[in-house]
Write a protein of this length. Structure first.
Length: 227
């Protein structure tokens, strides 16, 4: 690929509607959605993409019914147990970004375990945004800067975001036909190319990612300059 593509971010939307279309409970859509993550990680890794950041649970998703929230809180534990071996064999480094404070101790421990086990893996870095909200991320960063009496600069803000050290998003994908950002990575997508597809996340497979990559290759990125 001619144009640089280091970092892909995905708003994995449409799990509920995918399930509804099949007369299944919403949580079955989340289950299929989690399986889909691994397919896309593997495929992106094979294409030498360095970073993949996926939106799994937003700071606003707590508003959903308790049964669904409980299911979503348990899903990362199942996901990590299921794919731990594959993370090792495919050399995937896993990081979780977001506010961990309200999460259960079991989940916090599991996150810590998977991050530690995969930390030295040199393949793709999978960032899972979980209890993530961009507004909260930016406010937290600014508070830290002010507390430390540092100057408020672009560099300082970036040093204090969850994505510290990670390049900005080149390509942002949202599935399920919604055209919004829903409080995902507001800072990091300042100059991202945006790609929207009607496909529900549980149907978003390798071929769908390839389509997005073809589209990205056609884009002309100017960053405010001239071509
Ligand atoms: C995305 O699918 C997953 C989460 C937000 C946790 P949804 O659950 O939002 O599915 P729809 O949008 O209701 O179809
Ligand atoms: C965004 O999807 C959050 C995740 C994909 C985790 P939502 O389904 O929560 O977003 P809205 O409510 O349609 O904006
Ligand atoms: Mg949704």
């Amino acid at each position: 690929m001619g144009k640089e593509l280091k970092h892909i971010a995905i708003i994995m939307d449409g799990n509920g509607r995918w399930a509804k279309k099949r007369a299944l409970p919403r949580n079955m859509g989340h289950r299929k959605g989690a399986e889909q993550i691994w397919k896309i990680v593997k495929h992106a890794n094979s294409k030498q993409i360095e970073y993949l950041t996926v939106y799994a649970f937003s700071t606003e998703n707590w508003q959903r019914p308790k049964e669904e929230v409980d299911y979503l809180m348990n899903l990362p534990i199942e996901f990590f147990n299921r794919y731990e071996k594959e993370f090792a064999s495919e050399n995937v480094c896993v990081k979780i970004i977001g506010n961990r404070e309200p999460l259960s101790q079991v989940l916090i421990d599991k996150i810590h375990e998977i991050e530690t086990k995969t930390a030295s893996n040199q393949g793709i870095q999978l960032n899972i945004a979980f209890n993530y909200g961009a507004k909260e991320e930016i406010i937290t960063a600014l508070k830290k800067i002010v507390t430390n009496n540092q100057p408020i600069t672009v560099e300082q803000v970036e040093e204090n975001l969850y994505t510290k050290g990670i390049p900005p998003v080149d390509l942002l994908i949202r599935t399920s036909g919604e055209y919004r950002i829903s409080n995902f990575l507001l800072w990091q997508i300042a100059y991202s190319e945006l790609y929207f597809t009607d496909v529900y996340w549980p149907d978003f497979d390798e071929k769908e990612l390839d389509k997005a990559l073809v589209e990205y290759a056609k884009r002309e990125r100017r960053f405010g300059g001239l071509s």
